[in-house]
Write a protein that binds this ligand. Structure first.
Ligand code: HEC
Ligand code: HEC
Length: 219
């Protein structure tokens, strides 16, 4: 527990680094955001759409994700802290206002369900790893109620994507793969890839507020 508290306080000091004060002040407009997603729906607007890089996996669900986290993620791609090549290129083409509008739009298009306050426990192994990593202390007892708006909802996200994302936090020496994030880097590096797979499968199996809004139904 001491270790978790320490990591949380480090985050308070470093968490705002990606977003400049200016970018944080910008208000997003979901109606405007809905008109700006033409570049996104080719991947995020197709149910079950797979990408091949760095391995075959489903693209993340972003409808229903918190706007604060969507903004943080897009700014991290733009700044090169997240190295995924196509998302870097796309995010770099967006202004701070575009990012705020798209984040507001995607946040507003979730499933609108009420989840149980606490997630059902998974296998004994999954429960042990969740305790070891202190996951619920940041992502919430149901993995969908993060303690800070810039932290993601992860319950019910595609398990194969969660596995790729978790491993990417362990990687910071490659030009095209990896995510530099002090907190999740510290969390992910404690675990073997086999353990990360157990965590990804468990979290991915939970009920979710997230969804993929099908391209044709957008607008
Ligand atoms: C070519 C396919 C493609 C397109 C087009 C695309 N994305 Fe992505 N997006 C991805 C993939 C793949 C990832 C996962 C990248 C990674 O591993 O970091 C991703 C990740 C994201 C994330 C982070 C999700 C998370 O849970 O951390 C956000 C937010 C996002 N995209 C928003 C957008 C927006 C907004 C647009 C339109 C401007 C867009 N994407 C266009 C494929 C795409
Ligand atoms: C101290 C707080 C903290 C703890 C503990 C923590 N996380 Fe995170 N997690 C975060 C933050 C903050 C992010 C966003 C990082 C970023 O912006 O890239 C994140 C991101 C993630 C992501 C990426 C989600 C996406 O959509 O790409 C996954 C998966 C994840 N965490 C799973 C876990 C798991 C599993 C555990 C427990 C083993 C855990 N986290 C423990 C704070 C935490």
């Amino acid at each position: 527990m001491k270790k978790i508290l320490l990591t949380v306080s480090v985050l308070v000091l470093t968490g705002a680094s990606t977003l400049s004060a200016h970018a944080q002040d910008i208000q997003g407009d979901k109606t405007v955001g809905a008109t700006k997603n033409a570049l996104c729906i080719g991947c995020h607007g197709i149910q079950g759409y797979h990408t091949g890089f760095p391995e075959v996996h489903k693209v993340p669900k972003i409808s229903g994700q918190g706007a604060g986290y969507i903004r943080a993620a897009l700014h991290a791609y733009k700044a090169g802290e997240r190295k995924h090549p196509s998302m870097r290129t796309l995010a770099s083409s967006l202004s701070d206002q575009d990012i705020a509008d798209l984040a507001a739009y995607y946040e507003s298009t979730g499933r609108g369900v009420t989840l149980p306050a606490t997630a059902a426990e998974g296998s004994a192994k999954a429960a042990e790893l969740v305790t070891q990593g202190g996951c619920t202390s940041c992502h919430g007892p149901n993995f969908s109620k993060p303690i800070d708006p810039s932290y993601p909802k992860i319950a019910g996200q595609h398990a194969d994507y969660l596995y790729v994302a978790l491993r990417s936090y362990k990687t910071n020496d490659k030009p095209l793969i990896g995510r530099a994030h002090p907190i999740m880097g510290g969390v992910a590096k404690q675990f073997s890839n086999a353990d990360l797979k157990v965590l990804a499968d468990y979290v991915g199996s939970l009920p979710s507020e997230l969804q993929t809004v099908q391209r044709g139904r957008v607008k």
